[in-house]
Design a protein around this ligand. Structure first.
Ligand code: FAD
Ligand code: GLY
Length: 380
């Protein structure tokens, strides 16, 4: 029997309504929302579910602390933060997993005069009663702040979750909802119509999957995945290295954040500290010096952490779009191809709103937020 015939005879063929490529929090959450609404969903990951950027994240829901100016991105972040508690309550129920939501805010401190001036410049557009706090006022919130802390802002509504647990919960919920998940999936070929405007499905090594619609949600890898569709989406990997320490007794009750460094207290008593920003391609290697570099700022922030026990360090690749905002929407020129990628430093925060908006698009419903600022072709 010729090779091609042999191959066809062993190839399985299946059908799905919505095919999601990428099993990070973004792909999983889109699959979750679509499955809840009755769509037949198949999700593919080239590795294992939740094992890339989504497992590396510190879990801050930093709508205010991580926004540097007013505009649609800030509004999107706040909308997701507003959804978080209710959205994850339901996720916890469906999955039976806790995601360790902690409703303590983030103390954003200035260690230098320049940072203080820059931070004070943001106050007018924060609104919502967000005020500058003197050093003395901040000490009432976090008494162990270092002597160099000049003052800062307390973002009471910027809460946090445990990012790896969020991925686990999504994974478990997808199982409960009957979503087909294929790990270690190697896409060999896209099946496209002759007009190059419609995606018919995808061919894996041992299976052809025909789909009604497809979503690319592959984080930092989305650019290369979109090349076959003649889309050159500006998304680059930006490596972030974090580490965890364990103090002898609790040192902080809130996340403490400054320029280039944050310390996030977790429920188990450990502190997640991050993070570097390195543009070094898809290299995920750990740099042993990175911990020392970050630790120098940590000690200025919270001197007591000099004595904390080091536990482990890890990296992840943030999917950074050229303008820092995610791409959310339909791919230009394709009638059934969608993109949700480029969430950069805020993918954990933006998970619920991305899932809600994308599932609305996929179900042909109106979206609650205008997606024009996040259009897939805005930078092409
Ligand atoms: P990923 O989690 O990277 O998932 C992409 C998935 O696509 C992967 O599972 C990958 O295997 C799969 N894939 C790739 N190529 C293919 C292919 N060809 N076929 C099939 N599957 C494929 N965000 C916050 O909101 N708060 C934080 O505190 C925070 N802290 C962070 C700290 C660090 C150190 C880092 C690195 C990131 C942090 N982030 C944070 C950002 C957040 O982690 C990301 O924005 C988010 O995880 C992106 O999710 P994603 O699903 O798009 O990407
Ligand atoms: N949002 C924190 C980080 O990306 O490091």
């Amino acid at each position: 029997m010729p090779d091609s015939v042999m191959r066809e005879s062993v190839l399985r063929e299946s059908e799905t309504h919505t095919l999601v490529i990428g099993g990070g929090v973004i792909g999983c959450a889109i699959a979750y929302e679509c499955a809840k609404q009755g769509l037949a969903v198949t999700l593919l990951d080239k590795g294992t579910i939740g094992s890339e950027a989504s497992q590396a994240a510190a879990g801050m829901l930093g709508a205010q602390v991580e926004s540097h100016h007013d505009g649609p991105f800030y509004e999107l972040c706040k909308a997701s933060r507003d959804l978080y508690r209710t959205w994850t309550d339901e996720l916890e129920q469906i999955s039976g997993c806790s995601i360790d939501y902690i409703a303590n805010g983030i103390v954003r401190v200035a260690l230098t005069e320049t940072d203080e001036v820059e931070l004070k410049g943001r106050l007018p557009w924060f609104g919502d009663g967000v005020k500058w706090q003197t050093r003395e006022q901040l000490l009432t919130l976090e008494p162990t702040l270092g002597e160099e802390v000049r003052g800062g802002i307390y973002f009471a509504d910027d809460h946090q979750v445990h990012a790896p647990k969020l991925s686990e919960a999504l994974h478990a919920a997808l199982r409960t909802l009957g979503v087909r998940m294929i790990e270690h999936a190697d896409i060999e070929q896209w099946l496209l119509d002759e007009q190059q405007s419609h995606v018919r499905g995808v061919q894996l090594a041992d299976e052809t999957i025909m789909s009604t619609q497809t979503v690319i949600a592959a984080g930092a890898w989305s650019q290369s995945l979109l090349e076959p569709f003649d889309l050159h989406l500006p998304i680059q990997p930006v490596k972030g290295q974090c580490y965890a320490v364990r103090p002898q007794k609790p040192v902080i009750g809130h996340t403490v954040f400054t320029k280039g460094c944050y310390v996030v207290p977790k429920l188990d008593g450990s502190l997640v500290i991050g993070a570097t920003e390195e543009r070094s391609g898809f290299d995920k290697s750990i740099n042993p010096d990175a911990v020392d570099t970050i630790q120098q700022t940590v000690i200025k922030l919270l001197p007591e952490l000099a004595r904390a026990t080091f536990e482990r360090t890890w990296t992840g690749l943030r999917p950074a779009s050229a303008d820092g905002m995610p791409f959310l929407g339909k791919a230009p020129r394709w009638d059934n191809l969608f993109v949700a990628a480029g969430h950069y430093r805020n993918g954990i925060l933006l998970t619920p709103i991305t899932a809600k908006l994308m599932s609305a698009l996929l179900l042909g419903q109106p979206t609650t937020i205008d997606l024009k600022p996040f259009a897939v072709d805005r930078l092409l």
